[in-house]
Write a protein of this length. Structure first.
Length: 253
């Protein structure tokens, strides 16, 4: 059974006179890692906002684990581009937010879960720090830990590394792959960086035009675990250029 399915889903923003998502159907298998790429404003984030319930589809059905998302709770975790850590809360208090919403853990249980999550992402000893005491990469790891504490098997990551410097970004990509392989979550990851998409994905989902009617799936012929050196393979370089050409075609049309 697919963990996420779109069945003829459409969406139109009130300010527009066309459907930015037009009868879109696709499915995602449990435990997979897919990056979604497309030009700015093509509707990638709209797919996420409908999946997490922030936007209601104009038509069609979205289901998670075979059931409509309407009425489901905590079925997906969402991590936007900015870490969205509240500056007036400590890191531990920020991570407590999804646990507080769930209302099924005592304060002692919350503390244990938060400490375990911070240790898991390499932030031991940071529970009582404020967000402004952490580097950009550390803040993103804290935000990811908070997303993991939703308890969801489906994670939606919307350009989470785009604001980081180059070296921090590639370090975070390697770190995220390690997290994915350890926890066996299903990840959908929006990016504008073709190399990032190739390095992370089992297959890349390409938005070829707007309105979005289909997502073209391009398999990435690399096994896991991966290293940066794999990106220099001739077949991977060719794939990267193919994806760049697909995006460039959208810009020039």
């Amino acid at each position: 059974m697919s963990i996420l399915s779109f069945d003829n889903v459409s969406y139109q923003y009130p300010s527009e006179d066309f459907d930015i998502i037009d009868r879109l159907s696709f499915s995602v298998e449990p435990g997979s890692f897919h990056c979604i790429i497309g030009i700015s404003g093509c509707g990638k984030s709209t797919i996420f906002r409908m999946t997490n319930g922030l936007l209601k589809p104009k038509a069609g059905n979205i289901s998670v684990n075979g059931s409509p998302i309407t009425g489901q709770n905590h079925y997906c975790g969402y991590m936007p581009q900015k870490d969205m850590l509240f500056p007036w809360r400590t890191i531990g208090e920020n991570l407590a937010l999804p646990l507080e919403i769930q209302r099924r853990y005592t304060k002692s249980e919350q503390r244990e879960l938060i400490d375990a999550a911070l240790a898991d992402v390499g932030l031991d000893g940071c529970r009582d720090k404020r967000p402004d005491e952490l580097s950009g990469g550390m803040r993103q790891r804290a935000a990811f830990a908070r997303t993991m504490l939703t308890g969801s098997d489906l994670l939606l990551l919307d350009e989470p590394f785009s604001a980081l410097d180059f070296l921090t970004r590639i370090s975070m990509q390697e770190w995220l792959l390690d997290q994915w392989q350890r926890h066996k979550k299903t990840i959908l990851f929006i990016t504008h960086d073709v190399e990032e998409a190739v390095f992370l994905s089992s297959s890349v989902l390409v938005v070829e035009k707007t309105p979005i009617h289909t997502l073209r799936e391009i398999p990435v012929p690399m096994d896991y675990p991966r290293t940066r050196q794999d990106l220099t393979r001739p077949d991977i370089v060719e794939l990267r250029e193919q994806l760049v050409d697909m995006l460039r075609k959208q810009v020039t049309e």
